[in-house]
Each structure stands twice: as structure tokens, then as C-alpha cells.
Ligand binder design. Structure first.
Ligand SMILES: [Zn+2]
Length: 491
């Protein structure tokens, strides 16, 4: 296990030097925090959307939730919300932010809403073209989720109490595998666009002799912000791990996947967890666009439904719980946040690709493809992409919670982007949360566009090739800005 990391290098330097920041922090009112959960389980019969084609849900294995945590430093409030959904449309987040601001005064910039990426939920992303257009009319389920998010934040505020926070990390490399593989020359199967020239295959055959090596890293670190009543009972743990999801649910079941099971497992490990207000665990998705739970070198046999996700959830909960006893708790902290929509362009559809799509898909707005016909499915996606306006309003955000900095991306973001944010962030304690405040498809880095594969296909990826660089630049710039702001506010 890597040693737990605490105060940022910058803050530590100031504290050791006994500079003015010490006085400023000591004079601040103490931190208060509160957490609450809203149920967002959809109606039975609503379609489950994780696969290529939706299927009507027939059973609820475990309820879906919007888990909410609010911090108040006496000056600013910050709210974190994690939803058991495949993704959240930007318009849903805007509606929730409006309701939250009206009821609580917390501005949209200080509210982070993200999806876990459970594949056994109904859609809050909206139908295709999903995030293509910035403003959409919300479905009744999206309106319901927005209201439940706002209710959860209001309830968390209702139970606000003096609190302490701490940052921690644990290592869990055994559950994450890069799912993009280089294959031996001449063994690449044909893609939906009729090509065999790609160098990387997503989810290749497990144990295949054609495998060479993974095309990228994994991020094995679970980062978390823990919150407890001043000197006492645990109130909440906000965690992030870079694992796409686990899967292996019952057919047509609604489930929060390992994300929900982790929360339940960690709750069971806390003393007085059911005492009012009940302990709230949260598991956000880190940067897992190219990382899943399948060991392709050594494939495991098929297991009973839910067995694999239960093992992953239990193991991570045990690790995080063990780390809670060694944390350094703080109550005098600074909260801050920034949000922006940098000018990111939609992916340009080249004329050749457009012609290919038009011959295959004469009626892109009406026809429903079958799973076996991936070419037709992608032809439709390409034409929808072509019809999108040139620029998106993809939001990115930074939250500062004491010496911890959380950066967000609205995409299925590759592990290396999150690793780079951790390395380059001006805060030593930093991590990224993906699928935040909107949904804009996969976000490969420029290197991965050269390699090809599922995540880079037009219609799986929607944004321009340089989008990952723009997202990273924007969160790093905002991380610098919140650090600078705290220095300037020091008398
Ligand atoms: Zn995904």
C-alpha cells in the first residue's frame, strides 16, 4: 500500500514556515457537513440502456440512488452528488442545479453531479444523439432525477453539523485491467467501417494467443474524502475508483452494480451507521474509459449473477475502511469551485465517411439497428454526428475541499488523462471524476486516436481529437486558479 497523502506541498510549505495562512485558517469558522440519499429507481418496464440495444427492465435487484454530500466552510458551500446512472445529460444537470440554487443558494459552479456508469439503469442521457445538442426537453424520468438530486442536497443541508474531513488513498490494482489491446499483426478483425487497419482492439478474446500487450495504463488508486462528526461518528466517504463497471447482473435487472454494493458494504463497517443522519458512502467513477474488470490474459470462468461485483465491492470497502483509522482530520478548511465550458468542437465527419454512412443508412432518424448489424448502427451515428452544431457546451469543473482538488470531465475519460491530472495538479491530493455534469461519449487521448479501436470510432467518440487535451488544460488552469484565490484572500 502506498503511504497516505495529506496536505498539499504548497500548503505544507506555508504551514511549516508559519506564514499568514496559519492565522487565516485558525480564524475561520469550522467546517460543517451533511449527507443524504435520494432514491432514483425508475419504473419497471423502463428500458435498461447499458448494452448496444435497450431491453425493458423486469426486476429491481437493488435500488438506484442519488447520493449527496454538502460541505460548508462558513463562507462557501460545495455539494457533491453521485447518481446510479449510465450518464447524465447536461440539461438534466442544469435543471437540478437550478432547483438546488433556488432552494439553497448553492450556485451551479459549486455543485458537482456525476454518474457512476452502472450499465443496469434506465437512460438519463436521453436518446441518440445523446449529448449532441446542448439543450433538450427533459423526459419525465430526467425531470424526476433532477428533482431527487435537489431534494437530496436540501436534505443533506438539513442535517448539516460540525464536521472534520480527511483525504486518503488505497491501492486496488487487482480489479482494473486496460481493455484495449495490441493484437498480433494480421489478426485484427474487420471493424464496422470495413477496415482492418486499426492497431488496437477493445475487449479482445480473453486468453487469445493473438494478444500482444495492453495499449494503455490503469489507475489502481482509490482516492477518497472522508467526513466525520467533530471527533466522532463517520458521516460520509466520497470515493473515486477508475473502473468502468463490473457487470454480471441478472437479465433485465435494475442494479447499481459494484458502486452501490461498495456503498452498502462500507456502511455496514461503520459504527452507528444507521443513527440519524445515516452514514452515506459514495463511489464516483474516476477515469475508466479504457479500463474494466476483465483480466484478458487469464480469463475467469463465468460466475453466478452479482458474484463478481460483490467481491470487488467488498474488497475495496475493506481497504478504504482500514485506511479510515489512519487519516489526518481537519475542520478549518477552504472550499472553492470553478466551472467552465471550454470551446470543444464536435468531431468532423470527413466526406468519405459521410458517403459510406449515406449508402448504408438511408433513413438515419427512424430506423432501429440490430445488434448484429454494427455497420448500420454506426452509419446512423455518423450521420447524427454530422448534423450536430460545430461546437459543444461540454462542462468541466474543479472543486477544492481543503487540501483536496477534484477535477471533472463530462466524458468516458481514459485512465492516462486522470493520471496526468494527478501528476500535474498544483494540489498534491488530487483526482478526477468522469461522467460529470453532462455526457459527451468517449474521450481518447490523441495517441489513442492513432491506434483506433471502439472508443475512437465516430459515434462512440463524438468530440474532436484534441478534446482530452482541452479538458485537461481547463481543469489544470482552474485548479491553479482556486489555489491562487486562497493565497490572495489571505490578509
Ligand atoms: Zn462505457
Amino acid at each position: 500500500m502506498r503511504p497516505l497523502r495529506f496536505a498539499s506541498a504548497v500548503l505544507a510549505g506555508v504551514l511549516v514556515a508559519g506564514g499568514p495562512q496559519v492565522c487565516a485558517q485558525a480564524a475561520k469558522p469550522s467546517l460543517r457537513a451533511g449527507a443524504a440519499i435520494s432514491n432514483i429507481t425508475p419504473d419497471l418496464g423502463d428500458e435498461i440502456v447499458g448494452g448496444f440495444l435497450p431491453v425493458p427492465s423486469s426486476y429491481v435487484h437493488d435500488e438506484l440512488h442519488a447520493r449527496c454530500l454538502v460541505f460548508d466552510d462558513g463562507k462557501n458551500k460545495v455539494a457533491l452528488v453521485v447518481c446510479d446512472l449510465l450518464g447524465v445529460h447536461r440539461s438534466l444537470c442544469q435543471e437540478a442545479a437550478k432547483l438546488v440554487e433556488e432552494a439553497t443558494g448553492i450556485p451551479p459552479s459549486h455543485l458537482l453531479i456525476s454518474a457512476t456508469h452502472t450499465h443496469s439503469a434506465t437512460s438519463a442521457i436521453g436518446g441518440f444523439p445523446r449529448g449532441y445538442y446542448s439543450d433538450v426537453e427533459l423526459t419525465s424520468y430526467q425531470r424526476f432525477v433532477a428533482r431527487r438530486i435537489a431534494d437530496g442536497v436540501r436534505r443533506a443541508l438539513h442535517v448539516l453539523r460540525p464536521a472534520e474531513m480527511a483525504f486518503g488513498t488505497v491501492e486496488a490494482p487487482e480489479h482494473v485491467f486496460n481493455r484495449r489491446w495490441f493484437l498480433k499483426e494480421g489478426t485484427m478483425p474487420v471493424n464496422p467501417f470495413g477496415q482492418t487497419t486499426e492497431r488496437v482492439k477493445m475487449n479482445p478474446g480473453g486468453g487469445s494467443s493473438n494478444l500482444v500487450e495492453p495499449a494503455g495504463p490503469t489507475d489502481p488508486t482509490v482516492s477518497f474524502v472522508a467526513v466525520r462528526e467533530a471527533g466522532g461518528r463517520m458521516l460520509s466517504v466520497y470515493s473515486a475508483y477508475s473502473l468502468h463497471y463490473v457487470g454480471g447482473c441478472g437479465d433485465a435487472h435494475i442494479s447499481a452494480d459494484y458502486f452501490g454494493m461498495y456503498c452498502e458494504a462500507l456502511k455496514k463497517m461503520q459504527k452507528g451507521a444507521e443513527q440519524e443522519p445515516a452514514f452515506v458512502a459514495m463511489m464516483a467513477n474516476g477515469t475508466s474509459g479504457d479500463v474494466n474488470n476483465v483480466n484478458f490474459t487469464n480469463p475467469r470462468p463465468r460466475r453466478e449473477p452479482y458474484a463478481q461485483m460483490a467481491d470487488v465491492a467488498q474488497d475495496i470497502a475493506l481497504k478504504v475502511n482500514a485506511a479510515l483509522s489512519g487519516l489526518e482530520w481537519k475542520s478549518a478548511i477552504t472550499l472553492d469551485a470553478r466551472k467552465q465550458e471550454p470551446g470543444i468542437r464536435w468531431r468532423v465527419v470527413e466526406p468519405e465517411l459521410s458517403r459510406w454512412a449515406e449508402t448504408l443508412e438511408p433513413n438515419p432518424w427512424g430506423k432501429r439497428p440490430t445488434k448484429t448489424d454494427l455497420s448500420t448502427l454506426y452509419a446512423g451515428r455518423v450521420l447524427r454526428l454530422k448534423a450536430a452544431s460545430p461546437e459543444t457546451k461540454a462542462p468541466v469543473q474543479v472543486l477544492r475541499i481543503g487540501d483536496v482538488c477534484i477535477g471533472t470531465s463530462p466524458c468516458e475519460t481514459f485512465a492516462e488523462t486522470g493520471l496526468e491530472f494527478k501528476k500535474r495538479s498544483p494540489f498534491k491530493n488530487a483526482f478526477m471524476v468522469e461522467l460529470a455534469n453532462g455526457y459527451y461519449g468517449y474521450l481518447p487521448t490523441p495517441r489513442h486516436f492513432e491506434l483506433g479501436g471502439y472508443e475512437t470510432w465516430p459515434g462512440t467518440n463524438y468530440l474532436e481529437r484534441g478534446a482530452s487535451v482541452k479538458v485537461l488544460d481547463a481543469v489544470l488552469e482552474m485548479a491553479g486558479a482556486v489555489l491562487e484565490a486562497s493565497k490572495q484572500s489571505t490578509p
